[in-house]
Design a protein around this ligand. Structure first.
Ligand SMILES: [Zn+2]
Length: 120
C-alpha cells in the first residue's frame, strides 16, 4: 500500500489509519501537528511560525515588553533590561532569542560593550 499523502510505499507495519486514509509515520505526525496533537511540540512549532510570520504581532506580552524597552532606549544593555524588567539571565535569554530569531532585535558591539538595538 502507499501513503495517501506522500505516496510512499509502506508496509502494513508502517501504515497508520487516519480518517479513513492510510498514511506513513511521517505524514501522520505532520497531520497530527496540524490537528493540534502532540501538544508541546505543536505549540512550539506554532509559536515559532507565528513569530517568524508576523514579527512583533506574534510575540508574548513579556517579549513585547522587552522589545519595547529596547526600542525606547537608545543603547540598551542586557543588564539594564534584567534590572528594569526583573528578569534573570535565563529569562532574558528566553525573551531575546525569538526577538533575534525574527530579526526584530540584534546585538551590537560598541566600545567593548554589547548593546541591544531594534532592527529598523
Ligand atoms: Zn506519507
Amino acid at each position: 500500500m502507499e501513503c495517501h499523502r506522500c505516496g510512499r510505499e509502506i508496509t502494513e507495519d508502517e501504515a497508520y489509519a487516519h480518517q479513513g486514509q492510510v498514511y506513513c509515520d511521517d505524514c501522520l505526525m505532520e497531520i497530527g501537528l496540524h490537528a493540534g496533537r502532540c501538544e508541546p511540540w505543536a505549540s512550539y512549532l506554532a509559536g515559532k511560525e507565528r513569530v517568524g510570520k508576523s514579527g512583533a504581532e506574534g510575540l508574548s506580552e513579556l517579549q513585547k515588553k522587552v522589545y519595547q524597552f529596547i526600542k525606547d532606549g537608545e543603547k540598551t544593555t542586557r543588564d539594564e533590561i534584567k534590572t528594569r524588567l526583573e528578569l534573570s539571565e535565563v529569562e532574558l535569554d528566553a525573551q531575546l532569542s525569538p526577538l533575534m530569531h525574527s530579526e526584530l532585535v540584534k546585538e551590537r558591539g560598541e566600545a567593548g560593550k554589547l548593546f541591544l538595538v531594534t532592527v529598523a
